[in-house]
Write a protein that binds this ligand. Structure first.
Ligand code: NAD
Length: 531
C-alpha cells in the first residue's frame, strides 16, 4: 500500500490487501440456522470487490427450523425473572466492549465502511443495551389501572412477550440494526429470528456469538441467512411480530404480507432528510455538523442529510465553506481509524449514486465538490459530492440517494425553508441550524419528521435512546428506542376483577335508570380524582 501525496488517500497497489485485510473470525458460519441442504451465496469485500466468503442461502425449511427452535426456547426464557434476562444483556454489553476490535474488523470487511463509522455501531449498541437492561424490569412490572367503578372494579395490566420476533435488517448498520432492535425484544421475553442483509451475514452471526457468550440460552436468538425474497415471506408468515428495517419499497411488501397474517409489524424505512440553515447559524459549527451528517458512513445512513435549505443572505458563503470541507474528506481503504470516508457497499449502490449525480448534471445542476467515483481507492468509492442549481423534481432531490451526495438550495425565509423541507414523501429525520434555540425548536415542531435535531444532523436524537425514533409518512410505521421501542414487543393483558355485581339488571325500571345515570355521569365528570 502507498500514500498518494496529491490526494492524501491510501492507494492500493496490487489489490488491498492480502496483507492488511484482517481475517474473518473462524467458525461464524456454523452459528447460522440451516438444514444442511441449502445452497450458498457469496459475500464480497467492498474494499476490493473480492469474494470474502461463502455463506448459506436459506429457504423455507431453514426458516421453519429456526422458528421452531426459537419457539421451543422462548417459553423458558420468558419464565426467567426480568432481572436475570437483564443480567445477560449487561454481560453482553461488557463483552461487546472487550471484543470491539474484532467486531470492527467484521463490520468493515463486509460493509467497506471507515473504521470510525463502524465504531458508531459499538457505541450505539452498548448504549441501547445498557439503557434497556436497566429499564426493562421496571417496564415489565404489572400495573394497577383505574377500574370501571371506583373500589368496585380492580384492573391489573400485565405485559407479556409476543413470542417469536422476526427481524429483517439492512446492511448499512448491520450490527446496530440487528442488535439494538433485538435487545428490547429479548428483554421483554421474546425469542428472535434474524434475517440479515445478504451482504452482512457474518456481522449478525458475530452478534449471535457475543449473545451466547454472555449467557443467552441456545435457541433464543437465531440467524437465517439468505435472499430477502426467499427468507422474508416464510419468516413473516411464522412469527408473532415483524421488525423490518430497509427500503420503503420492500417495507410496503413486508407490511402487506404481515397484514395478510394479521401480524403486527414495525417498519423503519428510507428518508430524504432536510436541513434548514437560518441566517443566524454559526457557520463553522454548521458546516462541521453537516459534513458529518451528510458524509459519515459514506452517506449510507437512513437519517443522513440529503437536502440543505440555506437562508439566501449566507447561501454563497455557506456553499463555499461546505464544499471545501467536503473536498477535505479524503477516501481511503484502510482497516485502521485513519480513513474519514469509506467505500459504498456494492456495485449496485455505486450505480444508484452515479445515476442520481449524472442525471442532475445533465439537467443543469452544478457540481461544487466531488461528483466522481474513485476506482483508484477501491471499486465502489465515491467522493463527497455537493450539488447546487438542483430542481425539486430531479431524482437527487426527491428520491433517496443513500450515498455521499447532497443538494444545497437558497431560501428567502423560514416559511419557505419549512415548506420545502416538508415537500417530500418521506418524514424520517431533519435538522435545523440557528443560534436562536427557541426559534429552532419552534421550526422543528413544524417539520414533518419523526426526529428533528436542532444544531445537530442526527446524532443528538438518535443517541437519545430514551426518546422514540422512527418515520412519518413513507418513512415507516412504529418507533424504536424509548418505551415505544420496548412495548411494541409486548402484548398488554388486562385482568379486571369485579367485587360487587354492578352490571346486572338495575333495581329500578330501565327508563328511570337512564335518567338517573345521566345525572350521575354529569356529576362524575366534575369530581377530581374520579374523572
Ligand atoms: P432493502 O429493503 O433492499 O433490504 C432490507 C432487508 O430486506 C434485507 O435483509 C433484504 O434481504 C430484505 N428483503 C428484500 N426483499 C425482501 C422481501 N421481499 N421480503 C422480506 N425481506 C426482503 O434495503 P437495504 O438496501 O438493505 O438498506 C437500505 C435501505 O434501508 C435504505 O432505504 C435506508 O434508508 C433504509 N434504512 C432505514 C433505517 C431506519 O431506521 N429508518 C435504517 C437503516 C436503513
Amino acid at each position: 500500500m502507498t500514500v498518494d501525496e496529491s490526494s492524501g488517500s491510501i492507494r492500493r497497489t496490487g489489490g488491498q490487501n492480502a496483507t492488511d485485510r484482517p481475517a474473518l473470525p473462524a467458525g461464524l458460519v456454523d452459528l447460522a440456522t440451516t438444514t444442511g441442504e441449502e445452497g450458498s451465496m457469496s459475500v464480497e469485500e467492498p474494499y476490493t470487490g473480492d469474494e470474502l466468503a461463502e455463506v448459506p442461502s436459506c429457504g423455507e425449511a431453514a426458516v421453519e427450523l429456526a422458528v421452531e427452535r426459537a419457539r421451543d426456547a422462548q417459553e423458558a426464557w420468558a419464565e426467567r425473572p426480568a432481572d436475570e434476562r437483564a443480567a445477560v444483556l449487561e454481560r453482553f454489553h461488557d463483552r461487546l466492549l472487550d471484543r470491539q476490535d474484532e467486531l470492527l474488523d467484521v463490520v468493515q470487511l463486509e460493509t467497506g465502511k471507515a473504521r470510525r463509522h463502524a465504531y458508531d455501531e459499538v457505541m450505539s449498541v452498548a448504549t441501547t443495551a445498557r439503557h434497556y437492561a436497566v429499564r426493562a424490569p421496571g417496564y415489565l412490572e404489572s400495573e394497577r389501572r383505574r377500574g370501571a367503578f371506583p373500589l368496585l372494579t380492580r384492573a391489573d395490566v400485565h405485559h407479556e412477550p409476543k413470542g417469536v420476533v422476526g427481524l429483517i435488517a439492512p446492511w448499512n448498520y448491520p450490527f446496530e440494526l440487528v442488535v439494538s432492535d433485538a435487545v428490547p425484544a429479548l428483554l421483554a421475553g421474546n425469542a428472535v429470528v434474524c434475517k440479515p442483509a445478504e451482504q452482512t451475514t457474518h456481522v449478525a452471526l458475530y452478534a449471535k456469538r457475543l449473545l451466547r457468550e454472555a449467557g443467552l440460552p441456545a435457541g433464543v436468538f437465531q440467524v437465517v441467512p439468505g435472499e430477502g425474497s426467499e427468507v422474508g415471506p416464510p419468516l413473516i408468515e411464522r412469527v408473532d411480530h415483524v421488525g423490518f428495517t430497509g427500503s420503503t419499497a420492500v417495507g410496503r411488501e413486508v407490511a402487506a404480507q404481515a397484514g395478510g397474517h394479521l401480524t403486527s409489524c414495525s417498519l423503519e424505512l428510507g428518508g430524504k432528510n432536510p436541513a434548514v440553515v437560518r441566517a443566524d447559524a454559526d457557520l463553522d459549527r454548521t458546516v462541521r455538523g453537516l459534513v458529518r451528517g451528510c458524509f459519515d458512513n459514506a452517506g449510507q445512513t437512513c437519517i443522513a442529510i440529503e437536502r440543505i435549505y440555506v437562508h439566501e443572505s449566507i447561501y454563497e458563503e455557506f456553499v463555499r465553506r461546505f464544499a471545501a470541507a467536503a473536498r477535505d474528506r479524503r477516501p481511503a481503504a484502510t482497516y485502521d481509524f485513519g480513513s474519514e470516508l469509506g467505500s459504498l457497499v456494492s456495485a449496485e449502490q455505486l450505480e444508484q449514486v452515479e445515476s442520481h449525480v449524472e442525471d442532475a448534471r445533465a439537467d443543469g445542476a452544478t457540481i461544487r465538490a466531488g461528483g466522481r467515483a474513485r476506482p483508484d481507492v477501491g471499486p465502489y468509492f465515491y467522493e463527497p459530492t455537493v450539488l447546487t442549481d438542483v430542481e425539486e423534481e430531479m431524482d437527487v432531490c426527491c428520491e433517496e440517494t443513500f450515498g455521499p451526495v447532497v443538494s444545497v438550495h437558497p431560501v428567502a425565509d423560514d416559511e419557505e425553508a419549512v415548506a420545502r423541507a416538508n415537500d417530500s414523501e418521506y418524514g424520517l429525520n431533519a435538522s435545523v441550524w440557528t443560534e436562536d434555540e427557541e426559534r429552532g425548536r419552534e421550526l422543528a415542531r413544524r417539520i414533518e419528521a419523526g426526529t428533528v435535531n436542532v444544531n445537530e444532523s442526527y446524532i443528538a436524537a438518535y443517541a437519545s435512546v430514551d426518546a422514540p425514533m422512527g418515520g412519518m409518512k413513507d418513512s415507516g410505521i412504529g418507533r424504536r428506542h424509548g418505551e415505544e421501542g420496548f412495548f411494541k414487543y409486548t402484548e398488554s393483558k388486562t385482568v379486571a376483577t369485579q367485587r360487587v355485581d354492578a352490571f346486572s339488571e338495575p333495581p329500578i325500571p330501565f327508563g328511570a335508570f337512564t335518567r338517573v345515570m345521566a345525572g350521575v355521569l354529569k356529576v362524575w365528570r366534575r369530581i377530581p380524582g374520579l374523572r
